[in-house]
Structure formats: C-alpha cells, structure tokens
Design a protein around this ligand. Structure first.
Ligand code: GDP
Length: 298
C-alpha cells in the first residue's frame, strides 16, 4: 500500500538529513520533490498545491528547536500536514440516541459496498451491537443473495424483499427494514443501496429517495482507493446527488497509489471513517489519520 509514495517521500526527506542548517533553496528543492511524489500518487491538484504551500511556509518559518535537527523538523511538519489532509482527528461512527441507528451505504458498483456491509456488521456485532442488514440493491440480480451471504458470514440477519414478489421497490424495502429493526430490536441497521458502473441520475434519485425514507444517521460513501483521483469526481457527484457524512476507503490492500486517500477528505469536506483492506470480513478497521500518515512516511 502506497509503497511508491512512501519511497518517494522518504527519499525527498532523506536529502535533508545531515544538513546543519536549511536554506530556503533546500526547502524549495524538497517541496518540489514532495510535489512530484504526490502528483505521481494521483493526489488531486488543489490538494497538492495547498499541501506544498503549507510545508514551505511552515518549514521556512520554523524556529530551530533544541530537540530536533532541521531535517527532523521538516519531517515533523510533513507528518503533521499529512495527518491534517487525512482528516486530523479520528472520526467515530455517529450512533443515534434513539435506536435504531441507520447507516446507509452509497457508492459505485464494485466499490466494495456489499462486502463492507458484512464487515461493518461484524465489527458492530463484536462491539455488542445487534445489527440488521437491509437489502435495497434490487438492481443487480445477485445483490440480495450476495448481501445475505456476507450477512451469514458475519452472523447477522438480512432483511430483503420476499422472493417471488417481483423486483420490489427499494424505498419500500428500506421503510419496512426500519419496522423490522424496531420489531426485532436491532439497534443498528445497515442499508445497502444499488451502485452503477458510472454515476447516473437514476441511481442518485433512487439513493436520495431511500435517504429521505430512512433519514440515515450516517450516509457512508464507499470508494475504491485503487481508482485514484477519479474517486474525487465520483465523490463530488455523490455529495451533490445524495450527500454523505463520511467516507469508507476500500481495497487499501491493493497497490493503491494514495491519491484517493489523500484527496477525498479535503475535496469533499467529509471525514474518512473506516478503511477496508482485504476480502475477509475481518480486514476492516476505524480509519486513524495519524497512523495512516506514519505508514505513508514509512
Ligand atoms: P459492490 O458492488 O460495491 O457491492 O462491491 P462488492 O462488495 O461486491 O466488492 C467487489 C469486489 O471487490 C469483490 O470481489 C470483493 O471481494 C472485493 N473487495 C471488496 N472489498 C475489498 C478490499 O478491501 N480489498 C480487496 N482486495 N478486495 C475487496
């Protein structure tokens, strides 16, 4: 994960080591290398610009402190700025005061939504919650079955339209899902919605209708980290069409270049809540900006 970016950043900073005093030219040269590393990692241009401007300003204005040599000081600044663009503080899941908490998942087909539904359900269950999966992706023939399968793996029930009832209306399923959650005393319900291969208006309308029917406490935009900067365009379309309160990055175990992770928070203004890094249901955790920054800096 982020291997190239890590290597490039490390080598950019390596050049500063051993220097007793940093000139503005040293800082500019390092900033240039960091800029190239970020652009190659497919980070969105406005994010790169802002990042580099911050690094330069802070590094040039840094007081020489006793404890850190100049190179260490720049590394510290880069680390802090990485944490900042990744969201700063860890953002916890927002749980409703009056259960059930409603979590709606939105994103493109193949982004890992269904898998995430299972992962999130298992994660919540381990924390003592009693989640219910609600199958509102009625577009793809296999989607309901696939959700039921991940539900079984997680040991969590799935509410789905009865077989033989035709395709069904996802908004109706969502509404009945809430009734079911209350009736069977589930304190969290996770609503899987349809995803298309590309952003399309009908998908957005359907997701917005489901949103209006269930009034989610969290709408999580699920995005495949491997798609790099394209994630930003998709995120903007979902933000404008449905709105979301948080982001989940999936497939961080692949050879993601880092662009999506580093851009999505800044561009959408919404925090990354979770990271998904594998096909197993356990490959999932809360997203910690500080830990991610440390991993990127190696
Ligand atoms: P959906 O269409 O958005 O519901 O996506 P799926 O949950 O069906 O996932 C699409 C594919 O990505 C499946 O083959 C999943 O096994 C795989 N997948 C999902 N999450 C991850 C992940 O974090 N890492 C990896 N390597 N594969 C994943």
């Amino acid at each position: 994960m982020f291997d190239t970016l890590s290597d490039r950043l490390t080598s950019a900073l390596q050049n500063l080591r051993g220097k007793g005093k940093l000139t503005d030219a040293d800082i500019d040269a390092t900033a240039r290398e960091i800029r190239i590393a970020l652009l190659e990692a497919d980070v969105a241009l406005p994010v790169v610009r802002e990042f580099i401007a911050q690094i330069k300003q802070r590094a040039k204005g840094a007081e020489v402190s006793g404890a850190l040599n100049p190179a260490q000081q720049v590394i510290k600044i880069v680390n802090e700025e990485l944490v900042a663009i990744l969201g700063g503080e860890t953002r916890r899941l927002n749980l409703a005061k009056n259960p059930p908490t409603v979590i709606m998942l939105a994103g493109l087909q193949g982004s890992g939504k269904t898998t995430l539904a299972g992962k999130l359900a298992l994660w919540l269950k381990k924390q003592g919650h009693a989640p219910l999966l609600v199958a509102c992706d009625l577009q793809r023939p296999n989607a309901v079955t696939q959700l039921q399968v991940v539900g079984e793996r997680a040991g969590v029930p799935t509410f789905a339209p009865e077989p033989g009832n035709g395709v069904g209306d996802p908004v109706d399923v969502a509404r009945r899902g809430i009734e079911e959650a209350k009736h069977a005393q589930h304190d969290v319900m996770i609503v899987d919605t349809a995803g298309r291969l590309g952003v399309d208006e009908e998908l957005m309308r359907q997701a917005a209708n489901i949103r209006d029917a269930v009034r989610p406490d969290e709408t999580l935009f699920v995005v495949d980290a491997m798609i790099g900067q394209d994630a930003v365009n998709t995120a903007e379309a979902f933000r404008d069409g449905v709105g979301f309160s948080g982001v989940v990055l999936t497939k961080l175990d692949g050879d993601a270049r880092g662009g999506a992770a580093l851009s999505v928070r800044q561009v959408t203004g919404q925090p990354i809540l979770f990271a998904s890094n594998g096909e197993k249901l356990e490959d999932f955790d809360t997203f910690h900006p500080d830990r991610m920054a440390s991993r990127i800096l190696g």
